[in-house]
Write a new protein. Structure first.
Length: 78
């Protein structure tokens, strides 16, 4: 029997799991950043638009056996 390991999918604004500090995924930068990044430190992105499009994509495209996203994940934008 083959075991499939799923990869954690992060939506724009999701809190990083398994770390001591509070970092959040920025889709535009493709980095985990501090919360301030979403509220003033970075004004070059429409964070709410990115969150909405990423959430839609997760619900309609990414949800496969290859990826997973916890049901109760903290998102700084949501």
């Amino acid at each position: 029997m083959e075991t499939t390991i799923s990869t954690r999918h992060y939506v724009h604004g999701d809190e990083q799991e398994g770390t001591a500090g509070r970092l959040f995924y920025c889709r535009a930068c493709d980095l985990f950043v501090s919360g301030g990044h979403f509220f003033g430190e970075c004004s070059c992105h429409d964070h709410h638009r990115l969150y909405r499009s990423e959430s839609w994509a997760w619900e309609h495209a990414y949800r496969t056996a290859e990826f997973f996203r916890p049901v109760r994940v903290y998102n700084i934008i949501a």
